[in-house]
Write a protein that binds this ligand. Structure first.
Ligand code: GDP
Length: 297
């Protein structure tokens, strides 16, 4: 399960302080040393850990007194609130354009789960908001990508716009939006090209698509299992494209948690969704508060 190691360590550390009727500065210090190690071991970005510890220490020591909680419980409450804040605080929802269709560009490296997530997101939009998305196959380089999206479309009983692999992604995206307008689709989800690594030609192409369609949302799909690599990928994509949100996939696996806890702080871009499996219904809106509570038990 995701975050297992981190959850175990934090919970056992915090349980030592939980029942305490009096929490001294030394108690907080000892506890925070353990929390720091737990976070580093979970592959959370070094600087993120440092700031987090400083914030918790400051609040936990000069703590506001609440009658309903023991001092120990109050420290835990502070940790919970700071973890929530770290992951973005409030839940960040997907954009809705004032005038439909809302155009969403899906970007990411190969294997992260971009095409699958495009299908999952379409399913989520229909199921939760009664939307009518158009899926767009604009990944013309990976041989199986177009077919894969078409198969997902068939499974979902949703249309997929494709012009094969001989037309430029910019042209595909533009024509798809025209078609969406004609057929009254309220979301256009563009599955763009991925590569194994970030390179100039990939970014150049994505930039061209962005310039051509002016998307309301650019969602970066990253594999949570890759830890700090996922965060570095997010940083690069954000510098080049100004992404508006991140989807963390494979949170159903045994990821240590580093990516989930660092992405927002490092890139200032919220995680909007979490991929929780391979099936088409395995996409969940990302709730920082629920995630924090899950980690702290
Ligand atoms: P793309 O190259 O980024 O388009 O990646 P794909 O969409 O083809 O996904 C790569 C692999 O990851 C596939 O086997 C997917 O089933 C799998 N995958 C995608 N999202 C998740 C997820 O949230 N959890 C799990 N366990 N597998 C996922």
């Amino acid at each position: 399960m995701a975050f297992e190691g981190l959850a175990d360590r934090l919970q056992s550390t915090l349980s030592k302080i939980k029942g305490k009727g009096k929490v001294t500065e030394a108690d907080v210090k000892t506890m925070m040393r353990e929390v720091r190690l737990a976070l580093l071991e979970a592959d959370v970005n070094f600087k993120v850990v440092k700031d987090f510890i400083a914030n918790v220490k400051e609040r936990a020591v000069g703590q506001e007194v609440l009658k309903s909680l023991t001092p120990g419980q109050q420290v835990i409450k502070v940790v919970n609130e700071e973890l929530t804040k770290l992951m973005g605080g409030e839940q960040s929802k997907i954009a809705v354009a004032k005038k439909p269709p809302t155009v969403v560009m899906m970007v990411g490296l190969q294997g992260a789960g971009k095409t699958t997530t495009t299908g999952k997101l379409a399913n989520h939009l229909r199921k939760s908001y009664n939307r009518k998305p158009l899926l767009v196959a604009a990944d013309i380089y990976r041989p199986a990508a177009i077919k894969q999206l078409e198969t997902l479309g068939t499974q979902l009983d949703m249309p997929v716009f494709s012009l094969g692999d001989q037309v430029s992604p910019v042209e595909i995206a533009k024509q798809a939006i025209e078609k969406a307008k004609e057929e009254h689709h309220d979301y256009v989800l563009i599955d763009t090209a991925g590569r194994l690594h970030i390179d100039e030609s990939l970014m150049g192409e994505l930039q061209q698509v962005k310039d051509a369609v002016n998307p309301d949302e650019i969602l970066l799909v990253v594999d949570a299992m890759t830890g700090q690599d996922a965060v570095n990928v997010a940083e690069s994509f954000n510098e080049q494209l100004d992404i508006t949100g991140v989807v963390l996939t494979k949170l159903d696996g045994d990821t240590r948690g580093g990516a989930a806890l660092s992405v927002k702080a490092v890139t200032n871009t919220p995680v909007k969704f979490a991929g929780m499996g391979e099936k088409l219904d395995a996409l969940e809106p990302f709730h920082p508060d629920r995630m924090a509570s899950r980690i702290l038990g």
